[in-house]
Design a binder for this molecule. Structure first.
Ligand code: ADP
Ligand code: MG
Length: 211
């Protein structure tokens, strides 16, 4: 059934599903980072999302903003390193765009994604084409702007597909940021690990809203 929007408790369940999907995807993310980096992305994301799950299960939340903000804080304080700061920034910057919201609709999704994308680019300095998580996040944010009139389940489906095709397109890119930069042309042929995480995050949200 088409859902126009998710309420606070549904949004909380959605973010918990995101955490569980990332935790169970640890082997995929580990492999992805082994191809291009140092192989720690899967374990880092698993640790971060375990902290997210613990936080979301032990606290209560009055609005949507505080759910995403708590997720970002939990990632930042548990993961450390570049990607802890960057994924933490994604959730916290996105949360800032949701002041006072009690419903997560496709317009809020777009506000969240545009702010998250801007926040991560400002923090990490990467742009589209550098073969980072931005190559999945930027197309997702752009797609969300086209999906503002859709029910939330359809908007999330479109956003997840955009993130997945961004992840796939990152295979052909030469890395110019992060650890993979040292591989140069040898980085071609594998998708970026952070882009894989972004695709899993938004596919999990879409799955929640479509069930
Ligand atoms: P580390 O690079 O410290 O080992 P992870 O392996 O957890 O951290 O994360 C690597 C991912 O982080 C990359 O696949 C890429 O998507 C993302 N990343 C690295 N540097 C940047 C950056 N400057 N901007 C955006 N994303 C980045
Ligand atoms: Mg790594």
């Amino acid at each position: 059934m088409a859902k126009e929007s998710l309420d606070v408790s549904e949004s909380l369940e959605m973010v918990k599903l995101v955490a569980r999907k990332i935790i169970e995807s640890e082997p995929i993310l580990t492999d992805a980072d082994r191809n291009l980096g140092d192989g720690d992305h899967g374990i880092g994301m698993q640790r971060g999302m375990t902290a997210v799950l613990e936080k979301l299960e032990s606290d209560s939340f009055a609005d949507i903003k505080s759910i995403f903000n708590a997720a970002g804080m939990a990632m930042m304080s548990s993961m450390g390193g570049a990607s802890g700061a960057l994924f933490g920034t994604l959730f916290r910057s996105g949360a800032k765009a949701l002041d006072g919201k009690l419903a997560f609709d496709s317009s809020s999704l777009s506000d969240f994604l545009v702010a998250a994308n801007e926040g991560v680019q400002a923090r990490g300095g990467a742009s589209p084409g550098d073969k980072t998580m931005i190559d999945a996040l930027d197309p997702a944010a752009n797609e969300s702007l086209q999906s503002k009139e859709l029910p939330i389940n359809e908007a999330l489906g479109a956003v997840a597909s955009a993130a997945e095709s961004g992840r796939d397109q990152s295979k052909d890119m030469v890395a110019t940021m992060g650890r993979a930069k040292t591989l140069g042309e040898k980085s071609v042929g594998h998708p970026d690990a952070g882009a894989c995480s972004i695709a899993i995050i938004f596919r999990a949200m879409a799955e929640f809203a479509n069930n």
